[in-house]
Design a protein around this ligand. Structure first.
Ligand code: PGA
Length: 248
């Protein structure tokens, strides 16, 4: 696990975009796993900038998003499909048919989960998975639990996630109680993982997840077992990581 500590949110975002671009350039027909939330917004902005200047193209890129709320239509401003269109897909040269966000439909959710995993496999697996981290250590919507999940599945959102995400809805009662998310197994199968975190509010969970025990009660801790993870932080999010002493 490699840590990159940057001065601030802008630097974190640029560093993350640089890493995404290096994978895109090195991998023909690259498959990206993408995240939503506040954290990657600056990274998407940097990627859009580079497409606009002609330095980057998404023409041959396939994307799979981590998660989606159940029961929120793709046209709703609160849906993750809407977020992705607004902040990336509508602004770059990606082929929309190659962009995937889990189905928000509550009907036949189990079939949709199986189909999502199959689509990832058919695309050849994920080259780079981008992740934020929840205040409770969730990745995607894999909430603290007694076991690590495997494939895409429907989850009941935890109270802490409902509270954290209520800022994006009119009121807390409007936050969906269920979501569909890639499993920990899907994330661990990605060939490379990029985790982003910024702000003092994430410092405690970053330290617990990446220097504490690997336990399903802190889902992100499983990433300690992945062979190729880069964690890009700003100084505040890194503030509780204890530097390792190197003996001379
Ligand atoms: P945030 O969410 O980027 O809005 O902090 C991260 C997450 O919940 O995974």
């Amino acid at each position: 696990m490699q840590f990159v500590v940057t001065q601030n949110y802008e630097e974190m975002s640029k560093e993350a975009a640089r890493l995404v671009e290096s994978v895109m350039c090195a991998t023909p027909f690259c498959v990206l796993g993408l995240a939503t939330g506040s954290t990657p917004l600056g990274m998407y902005e940097a990627l859009v900038h580079d497409v606009c200047t002609g330095a980057l193209s998404f023409a041959n890129v396939t994307t799979f998003n981590l998660d989606e709320y159940c029961g929120v239509a793709p046209t709703s401003a609160q849906s993750y499909r809407y977020y992705m269109n607004e902040h990336l897909f509508d602004l770059v040269d990606v082929d929309m048919a190659r962009t995937h966000v889990p189905s928000s439909s509550c009907d036949a959710a189990e079939d949709a989960c199986v189909a999502y995993d199959a689509a990832i496999e058919r695309a050849g697996g994920i080259d780079l998975q981008v992740l934020g981290i929840g205040n409770n250590g969730h990745i995607g919507f894999n909430e603290p639990s007694d076991s690590f999940s495997v494939g895409t599945h429907v989850v009941k959102l935890s109270e802490s996630t409902i509270q954290a995400n209520s800022r994006l809805f009119n009121c807390v009662d409007d936050v969906p109680r269920r979501a569909i998310t890639m499993g920990i197994g899907n994330i661990m199968k990605a060939r490379q993982v990029l985790v982003l975190a910024n702000g003092a509010g994430k410092a405690g969970i970053v330290a617990r997840a990446f220097t504490g025990r690997v336990i399903p009660q802190v889902p992100a801790s499983v990433l300690q077992l992945h062979p190729c993870v880069t964690v890009v932080l700003d100084t505040e999010a890194a503030s509780e990581l204890v530097p390792v002493k190197v003996d001379d």
